[in-house]
Write a protein that binds this ligand. Structure first.
Ligand code: FEO
Ligand code: CA
Ligand code: CA
Ligand code: CA
Length: 592
């Protein structure tokens, strides 16, 4: 059991699309929850009690809506790894019985602040199978929340646009918000994208507030009633202090995490580095909004190898100096792209691209904008230079085998609508429901290059739909997929894709696909998630697959009293976002 044909690493029987309220895994595989929302991880934190939850308890417990996950090695402690998780946002109506959206209490708001942010928790492997369990009260365990201290660094730090009445230095921010996907650096830190931060700020009024989606009225959670910094009328610069990439050193529990202004400010989905031949990190980043852009940052500094204190300190400066670029893509057969998703007459959605520099240190490359403005209002810089408007750039991952960069473009329901941009070769469908995955190859395989070639690797949807494409692989042999969001590589160079918002009528899930060889494009579904949930944070290790099951039970009209999901603990128990490990029943490696 547990084997079938396929590329090495993908030899499992695909899971059929379904709407079951559980995590479904292939035959021969087993699963177990690693950690749930509310499990205590810090010394002194109480056991989870949803009916008597407090902000103080939550600040020592695993946060809500786990998204990005990273697992880092822990030397000297056998069978242990360091798990880092994002907690993107809170679902108050599912968290609190009797929640009144018009009149949230201060305690509810403060619980939500403490349920946002990041968790660091050491996990223990079990020798008999692929299970992982949290090591509570480990000295590296940590919670960072919407009220923890963060430092702004890089060229825009300290500038006038980042100063507030509480922080006249423009260098110290309380909290990180809406941490969606992220990345793991080769120097042993983690990166965390601050995505839809706009939703936390009330009474926006400026043109830049509008470009970033900050509304002019009250917010859904009404935090502005409990802390005036969430009211833009009172603190116009506070939203400028969110929308960054955060860098965390999980090995130093006393360190202050940094918001890296050199990487620009937008709805950062994720950030994944790759090194140049001479050791400089290049970070790829998407701005998850309909018609927004794809970026990269090229550091001017080289990574120092080794674990010395000097090397670690040096490497924590790599993301403060360099050049920020935005992508411009040109199709080689745009006259054939008619918005239906049918392949153009050269047989591929493909073309060339170049990286337009926006700013280097204190020097702006954008006419009419200072460097500080480029960093803080990066979307406006992209608008000015004519960057390519993409179908919601989500997670991005360079292949560790080939260097090719894979960008998940999740969907764009507005493409081709009256007054909106129509299809182009990289975004070839109007009213794009299912999304696509773009494969980018830098010139000379140099991540610092200013030019690249690109092609669409997958055009997602039901394989019976003629507007889908699976890298040329026979469509009758692949799993249906919709709305790719997170991407990760396994140890064999296969791409794994998790989905958010499946528009094919079944639940979201996780898929694996070969990117090289004769099985390139053979997409296979590995698991599905419970009702209302999105599949996040996939990590593909040799012996286990980790997923973050985010927002289970998030269905219109559902509440803590009337749940739409009973996952993971069954009827009568509150639904809880949780991290799940999947492994082979026979103890062997995944997919071999
Ligand atoms: Fe939070 Fe773009 O997904
Ligand atoms: Ca073409
Ligand atoms: Ca996401
Ligand atoms: Ca998403």
């Amino acid at each position: 059991a547990g084997r079938s044909a396929g590329a090495r690493g993908l030899r499992f029987t695909p899971v059929a699309p379904n709407t079951d309220d559980k995590v479904t895994v292939p035959d021969g595989y087993a699963q177990s929850v690693v950690i749930r929302w509310g499990e205590p991880i810090l010394r002194g934190a109480p056991a989870f009690d949803p009916d008597r939850q407090t902000a103080k308890a939550q600040a020592g417990q695993f946060g809500y809506n786990n998204d990005f996950l990273s697992l880092l090695p822990l030397r000297g402690e056998r069978g242990r790894q360091v798990l880092v998780a994002n907690h993107e946002y809170t679902d108050e109506v599912l968290m609190f019985k009797g929640y009144d959206p018009e009149n949230p209490t201060r305690e509810q708001a403060e619980i939500a602040w403490a349920a946002h942010g990041l968790s660091v928790v050491v996990v223990q492997e079990q020798h008999r199978d692929g299970r992982l369990t949290p090591v509570t009260r480990h000295p590296l365990n940590r919670r960072l929340t919407a009220t923890s201290e963060f430092e702004l660094t890089g060229p825009a730090a300290g500038g006038a646009l980042l100063r507030t009445s509480a922080d006249p230095t423009g260098r110290t921010v309380l909290g990180t918000l809406n941490n969606c996907a992220g990345g793991t650096t080769p120097w042993g830190t983690t990166l965390h994208g601050e995505e839809n931060f706009n939703q936390y700020f009330a009474n926006g009024s400026s043109a830049t507030d509008k470009r970033y989606g900050i509304g002019s009225g009250t917010t859904e959670r009404k935090w502005e009633r409990f802390d005036k910094r969430f009211d833009v009328k009172q603190e116009p610069n506070e939203p400028h202090r969110f929308g960054w990439v955060v860098e965390l050193d999980p090995y130093d529990p006393d360190s202050t995490p940094r918001k890296r202004t050199a990487l620009g400010r937008f709805k950062h989905e994720a950030a994944q580095p790759r090194l140049t031949a001479d050791g400089r990190p290049v970070v790829y980043m998407g701005d998850d909004e309909r018609f927004d852009y794809f970026y990269k940052f090229v550091s001017s500094k080289r990574m120092m190898k080794g674990g010395s204190r000097r090397a670690r300190e040096h490497n924590l400066t790599l993301l403060d100096e360099g050049t920020l670029y935005v992508a411009k893509l040109t199709g080689d057969s745009p006259q054939d792209v008619d918005g239906t998703g049918r392949l153009p007459n050269d047989g591929e959605f493909d073309g060339s691209g170049h990286w337009i520099p926006l700013a280097t240190g204190d020097v702006s490359h954008v006419p009419g904008m200072t460097a500080e403005e480029v960093y803080v209002f990066t979307r406006l810089a992209g608008d000015k230079v004519g960057a390519t408007k993409m179908d919601r750039p989500e997670d991005v991952e360079p292949s560790p085998r080939t260097g090719r960069v894979y960008v998940a473009l999740t969907n764009n329901s507005n493409r081709g609508k009256p007054g909106q941009p129509g299809a182009d070769e990289a975004n070839p469908r109007d009213l794009n429901k299912h999304g696509q995955i773009l494969e980018l190859a830098e010139h000379w395989d140099d991540p610092a290059s200013d030019g690249f070639a690109w092609r669409l690797f997958l055009v997602a949807g039901d394989p019976d739909d003629p507007a889908t494409y699976f890298a040329g692989y026979p469509k009758e042999k692949v799993s249906p997929i919709s709305c790719p969001d997170n991407v990760a590589f396994d140890p064999y160079g296969n791409l794994w894709i998790s989905t958010d918002g499946n528009r094919l009528g079944s639940h979201d899930g996780l898929f694996g696909v070969a990117t090289q060889g004769e099985r390139r494009g053979e997409l296979k579904q590995f698991l599905t998630v419970p009702t209302g949930a999105e599949t996040c944070g996939p990590i593909i290790q040799q012996r286990r697959v980790l997923v973050a099951v985010q927002h289970p039970g998030e269905v219109d009209g559902a509440s803590a009293e009337k749940p739409a999901s009973h996952w993971p603990d069954g009827p009568g128990r509150i639904v809880r976002p949780s991290v799940v490990a999947v492994y082979r029943r026979d103890g062997r490696d995944i997919g071999v």
